[in-house]
Design a protein around this ligand. Structure first.
Ligand SMILES: C[S@@+](CC[C@H](N)C(=O)[O-])C[C@H]1O[C@@H](n2cnc3c(N)ncnc32)[C@H](O)[C@@H]1O
Length: 202
């Protein structure tokens, strides 16, 4: 299926959509207000990359890197890149967290990672979209991300208050030379209490 935002037509399948189509406008708004335009951006746990491609379409970044552990999502990203002639601006990796991504530096990292540390019986979506067992994905991300961030770089992740509170992530962030700049309430009109963590490199 195709979802179009401005001049970019994104390939996706509904089963791969983890909510990015709903929350990308709020990412754009927060980035415009609090961070501004950057040279390089990365979408962590990108899925089919509604958030990343919308940044590119809005010219909020010049270069975009995407990665996901799900091969089908990465294939969609690659199709979007090819069919929109974005080969000089965007690249997509099949990667477990940051492990298979070649060394590079970003100014901004965005992401909508799995939100629950254990399986939720009421959620219809697959485990890979929802579950971060014992927060191992978040821990691996925060451990490795400093190496990929430029000085003064920013991280903006959306989290779900039904699965976590900001405190869950504080130690992982602090331990790795990063700091929580702000926790921002999400305005999405949903029963879930989504919130954004804005994290900066010290
Ligand atoms: C909540 S969904 C978000 C997908 C997309 N960013 C969106 O907003 O629609 C979480 C994504 O994390 C990916 N994921 C899960 N475990 C991962 C891991 N270890 N490394 C990279 N991506 C992972 C899933 O495949 C899924 O695409």
């Amino acid at each position: 299926m195709i979802y179009q935002y401005k001049n970019i037509k994104m390939h996706y399948e509904p089963c791969l959509d983890g909510g990015g189509r709903e929350c990308y406008p709020e990412f754009l708004q927060i980035i415009q207000e609090k961070i501004g335009k950057v040279n390089s951006a990365f979408e962590f746990c990108a899925g089919t990359a509604f958030i990343g491609f919308s940044l590119l379409a809005d010219e909020m970044c010049e270069k975009l890197t995407l990665a996901d552990i799900e091969k089908e999502s990465v294939e969609c990203c690659k199709k979007t890149i090819k069919e929109n002639n974005l080969e000089n601006k965007a690249s997509a990796y099949h990667s477990d967290c940051l492990k298979q991504i070649p060394a590079q530096k970003w100014d901004l990292v965005v992401g909508n990672p799995p939100h629950f540390s254990e399986r939720q019986t009421n959620l219809p979506q697959t485990i890979v979209i929802n579950v971060d067992k014992n927060w191992e994905i978040h821990r691996s991300f925060y451990t490795d991300i400093s190496e990929y961030l430029n000085p003064n770089g920013s991280i903006l992740l959306v989290e779900n208050g039904r699965g976590s509170s900001p405190k869950v992530f504080y130690d992982m962030i602090k331990k790795n030379g990063l700091r929580v700049a702000e926790v921002i309430k999400c305005n999405l009109n949903r029963p879930s209490k989504f919130y954004f963590m804005l994290v900066k490199k010290n």
